[in-house]
Write a protein that binds this ligand. Structure first.
Ligand SMILES: O=C(CO)[C@H](O)[C@H](O)COP(=O)(O)O
Length: 261
């Protein structure tokens, strides 16, 4: 076999291997569980003419794909208000109609992911640092729907999610806020540091993010949230208390568990 023929066969086999790995290999179970939760939530809640809040993270990507499918296949008309730079790009790249809270201050449904959900449907959010806009958008929606994989389904906060509660702060206040939270409740507070840049993570709003590793004896999350919010310099917490109407968890066996408030 001459050189060019061998080269040609090598290229063909590489292309086929790449095609097979992308198209034929099954989705990882955790990704499949996110996809199922997101698809079911969209199928249950998203209707023609709705104004939607679009959350951030990896699970919401599946929800946006499903919304885009429905827009394309069923001619649905929806307006999407994003909760982050990431969500903004997701909406635009899926050719969905972009909105904002200035034009649409009342939304029908907001869909978002979560880092952990307890048995009272209290959430930790902000693993991606977008909790402030996520909470604002969720608070403007008549229904707040959460989509998550089975690793987020906990009896109590901190059972599975070990990264703490994200708290967005005005940069100059990060030390006093950290000290006050430790004095009030205990635990540890860390300034979230960037991975590919020297220094702290800067939120989409230009602020710092603290991660509070809370002690495991906290029962009243509403009171804790209110108290933290009263500290000067705190912009918003990643505690979502009494906000979620419905939570969809994709389970490892391919089914979806639904919690309703
Ligand atoms: O709160 C968030 C971002 O601020 C996300 O919704 C949360 O981190 C869940 O993300 P994922 O769907 O990737 O698990």
């Amino acid at each position: 076999m001459n050189f060019y023929r061998r080269l040609h066969l090598n290229i063909v086999s590489c292309v086929l291997r790449d095609f097979n790995s992308k198209i034929l290999s099954p989705m990882a179970p955790i990704e499949e569980s996110k996809r199922r939760a997101a698809y079911q939530a969209v199928d249950d809640f998203v209707k023609d003419g709705m104004k939607l809040g679009i959350g951030s993270g990896s699970t919401i990507v599946y929800a946006v794909h499903r919304i885009a499918e429905k827009v394309k296949n069923e001619g649905l008309k929806v307006i999407c208000v994003p909760t982050s730079f990431q969500a903004h790009q997701l909406v635009v790249s899926n050719n969905l109609q972009l909105g904002n809270l200035e034009l649409h201050s009342e939304l029908d449904v907001a869909i978002d992911g979560a880092d952990e959900v307890d048995s009272n449907m209290t959430l930790i959010k902000g693993g991606g640092g977008c909790q402030t806009q996520e909470k604002i958008v969720a608070s403007c929606a008549n229904k707040f729907v959460v989509v998550a994989d089975y690793k987020k389904d906990s009896k109590y906060l901190g059972e599975q999610y070990k990264k703490g509660i994200p708290i967005e702060v005005i940069p100059m206040a990060y030390t006093p806020v950290s000290v006050k939270i430790k004095k009030l409740f205990g635990g540890e507070v860390h300034l979230r540091m960037a991975q590919m840049k020297a220094g702290p993570v800067i939120s989409d709003n230009g602020n710092f993010i603290l991660d509070w590793l809370f002690p495991n004896d906290i029962a009243d999350w509403k009171a804790v949230n209110n108290e933290i919010k009263m500290i000067a310099g705190v912009v918003e917490t990643g505690l979502f208390v009494g906000m979620a109407n419905t939570v969809y968890f994709g389970l490892p066996d391919g089914t979806v568990k639904v919690l309703r408030s």
